[in-house]
Structure formats: structure tokens, C-alpha cells
Design a protein around this ligand. Sequence first.
Ligand code: NAD
Ligand code: UDP
Length: 319
Amino acid sequence: MKRVLITGAAGFLGSHLCDRFIAEGFNVIGMDNLITGDLKNIEHLFPLERFEFHHHDVSKFVHISGNLDYILHFASPASPIDYLKIPIQTLKVGSLGTLNLLGLAKEKSARILVASTSEVYGDPLVHPQNEDYYGNVSPIGPRGVYDEAKRFMESITMAYHRHHGLDTRIVRIFNTYGSRMRLNDGRVVPAFIGQALRGEDLTVFGDGSQTRSFTYIDDQVEGIYRLLMSDYVEPINIGNPDETTILEFAEEIIKLTGTDQKIIFKPLPKDDPLQRQPDITRAREILGWEPKVHRFEGLKIVYEYFKSLSQDELYQAHR
Ligand code: NAD
Ligand code: UDP
């Protein structure tokens, strides 16, 4: 039976990946230091013999006994308010963490897939963004801790591939949403739905003309799974090209939730990208992948999920 290590397993994406690999019949090792994740996301897997959990910081040396076929490196704070709060750990997990996992992949002769991001394109001057675009990132800006760590991650991953012949994959993930996101993680989907559920006004940053393209979790997991099983080593964008302004998005959430609250405007955070839309030609051609779930459909599912949380969870203070 194939054995896979998933880092960031207690987080949003990592926990859904654990579910998928368990469903595909793998033995799954989840690893996480719980800095932004929550064991609640994977506790349903604890009784399974095919699942084991290692509480470990991957920026420190990573050891796994026995064989390993695949590694998926998803450990990293991913929300702007998280990585602005813990900038050094963010840089470390993208650099030292990636280095440790590449070393482990080499020792075990395992295939490794690393979770990169649309943030490698920064505030893009090319629209939509295809994988050949080099990006527009400020190395010293507040978001640089995340963007540059991920750019380094891609760079060292390609170096291990070219220099050591390591079997590597790089996914560039665009804004993804779904159940198990923390309501208070600051990302726009839980932020707006949380505000609507608490009866607060929806906070649009800037004038709301900046755009994002939102991908439903099941589509994202399918894209990642197909990439891992493919033989393609260059980066691939996985995201839904259906683009919206943040203002329109806030209006959609008001309609979906039926809240009486209004939209209020707050300052735009520094270096907040003005537009983002994936060009998914490569994913379509190489992986035969494209998103299936429309934003309206996905948001309904996520709204039901957030509604089912307890009052405590709804009001818990940000860490
Ligand atoms: P998340 O915060 O829910 O999950 C990240 C997990 O990594 C958490 O459980 C956290 O505790 C763990 N972690 C962080 N540092 C660690 C360390 N040093 N050692 C061990 N565990 C550590 O975030 P997410 O949205 O699930 O993102 C997962 C990955 O996907 C990240 O690498 C992120 O950069 C990437 N990504 C996500 C999105 C998105 O829209 N969700 C977009 C682009 C890229
Ligand atoms: N945003 C907003 N109000 C919020 C949270 C976010 O207007 O309460 C905006 C944010 O400025 C950005 C967009 O929504 O333009 C997406 O933000 P998120 O943090 O979800 O992702 P990222 O900026 O990393 O794409």
C-alpha cells in the first residue's frame, strides 16, 4: 500500500487532502505544528489504522521511519493576517521547511509536490496570469515574507529536480475556499460570511475594485491529485478563472445570507494585489482539469457549514 506524508495536515487544504488520500486507499501520515491549524479538522481520521499524526514543526529536521512514496508539502500560514503576525515562521517554513522535505524526499526516493501560490505573481502586470509570467513582488513589502518564501520554495524545488533528479511537482494555488477555513482567519470568504452571521457590517478593503477568482475546495483537491499523478514538473496554476471584484463579492454574500447589514469601506492593505485571475490552459491541456463548481453553488455549501458552527466558534477572538 502506498504511503503519503502530508504537511499542514490540520489546516484547511491539508485536512481535505488527508481525506482524499484516505479515500484513495493510501496510508496517510499527517504532520502539523498547529500554528494556524486545528486538530478538529482531522480528528475523524484518528480511529483509522491507515492514518497517523505527527505533531512537528517542519522547519526543524523531519524524520519518518519506513518507506514513503509521496510527500505533499502544504505547511505554511496562508492568510495575510496570519503571515503578517508570524513573518519569521512563514519565511522559515517556506525555506527551511521545504529544504527539509526535499531532503526527506531524496532519502526516501519519494515524489514531492509543493504548495505554491498565485502570490508568486505578486501584484500582476499581466492578466490573466499564466505560468510563464515572472511576477511583480516586493521582496521587502509586508507580504514579501510569504511571496518570497514561496518563490524560494519553487526555486529550490526545481534545483533538487535538476541537480538531484528528484521527482517534483509544483502547484500554484489560487484563492480557494471551503469548509474548515477558520472563521477568523481574515481571508475574505470566512470574513464576510462571519460578519453576516454575527450581524456585523461587511468590511470591504479599498474601494472593492480589486479582483479575485475563487476556487471551491473539491475542485482544488482534484487538480492537486491529478498533478501529483502526472509526470509534469513545471509549475501549474490550479484555480477557477471566474473573476469578481471584491465589492460584487460582498454584495453576493449579502444576498446569499439575507443579512440586513451594509458594506463599509476600510483602507486597502499594502501590496494587496489589484487583480488576480488564473490562466488555466496548462491545467486543461496537461491534466485534463477544469473547475466544476460555480461560486454560487460552492458558497451555499460553505455558508451552511459556517452556520452549523457553535456560537463560541463564531465569536472566538483571533489568535
Ligand atoms: P491553513 O493555515 O489552514 O493550513 C496551514 C497548516 O500548516 C496549518 O495547519 C498550520 O498549523 C500548518 N503549519 C504552518 N507552519 C508549520 C510548520 N512550520 N510545521 C508544521 N506545520 C505548519 O492554510 P491553507 O489555506 O490550508 O493553506 C495550505 C497551503 O496551501 C499553504 O502552503 C498555502 O501557502 C497554500 N495555499 C493556499 C491557498 C488558499 O487559498 N487556501 C492559496 C495559495 C496557496
Ligand atoms: N478583503 C476585504 N475585506 C476583508 C478581507 C479581505 O475586502 O475583510 C479583500 C482583501 O483586501 C483582498 C481580497 O479581499 O483584496 C482577498 O483577500 P484574502 O485575504 O482572502 O486573499 P488574498 O489577498 O491573499 O488573495
